[in-house]
Design a protein around this ligand. Structure first.
Ligand code: ADP
Ligand code: 5GP
Length: 218
């Protein structure tokens, strides 16, 4: 296709800006309740070169959640259409619902020089890791991939945070706790692990990792 027929968005998929840093795809996973949302919100407020990757999901919106902001909420039929078209960089079924990340959205943001924050579960992170060697060497996803596992200081503290958040029923909390034990077994597959004990310390460490990893080697 001739370049003049590409829309602005399509061009951004192929054209990379020239930056003096590496735009990172920051994959953050954690058992539910470990404090990932708290850390991500702080990171986004603190650093305007980081954007949040809005995932697609078939789960229903919770509380104040907005379509296109927290998630792209969609039907199972729509989600399966994207799977068929191979549009997802990764997708998974978590707690009975589909969740997925569109590859085009990520590439577009990285090519525009943004760090992209991806809040996904351990299955999703594993899928991206497996795909990396299959991507072109200059694919911004391959060049900027960084993964971090956020762990709670203990399972007791995790339960107490889930109870304190007061968002889930006892049954859901028990399910999240059972999943947490499995998820923790994957922590060492991640390049970095952060224990979210003191929030300020965890946040500082997260910032330091991002700063270090985005530096271009001379
Ligand atoms: P996640 O997104 O991983 O499910 P949240 O960010 O919603 O977790 O955090 C779960 C609960 O724990 C929230 O009520 C949050 O305010 C609290 N929390 C987060 N980090 C800490 C911390 N370092 N110490 C104590 N409480 C925390
Ligand atoms: P929640 O329903 O509480 O927002 O999210 C439940 C779980 O789904 C979390 O562990 C979250 O990390 C995961 N999740 C959210 N978006 C995605 C995604 O795009 N892909 C994958 N694999 N997991 C996701």
């Amino acid at each position: 296709m001739s370049e003049q027929y590409l829309s602005f968005e399509e061009k951004a998929l192929f054209e990379k800006g020239d930056f003096n840093y590496i735009p990172l795809l920051i994959v953050l996973s954690a058992p539910s309740g470990a404090g990932k949302t708290t850390l991500c919100d702080r990171l986004l407020r603190h650093n305007d070169s980081i954007v949040y990757s809005v995932s697609c999901t078939t789960r229903k919106p919770r509380g104040e959640e907005q379509d296109g902001v927290d998630y792209n909420f969609m039907t199972e039929e729509q989600f399966k259409g994207y799977i068929k078209e191979k549009q997802f960089l990764e997708f998974a079924v978590v707690h009975g619902n589909y969740y997925g990340t569109l590859a085009s959205t990520i590439r577009q943001a990285l090519n525009a020089g943004k760090h992209v924050l991806l809040d996904i579960d351990v299955q999703g992170a594993g899928q991206i890791r497996e795909k990396l060697p299959l991507l072109l060497e200059d694919d911004p996803i391959r060049q900027g991939y960084l993964d971090i596992f956020v762990a709670p200081p203990s399972l007791e503290e995790l339960r107490s945070r889930l109870v304190g958040r007061a968002e889930d029923t006892q049954e859901v909390i028990d399910e999240r706790m059972a999943n947490a034990e499995d998820e923790m077994l994957h922590a060492d597959e991640y390049e970095y692990q952060i224990i979210n004990d003191d929030l300020d310390v965890a946040f500082q460490r997260l910032n330091n990792i991002i700063e270090k990893e985005s530096e271009v080697d001379e």
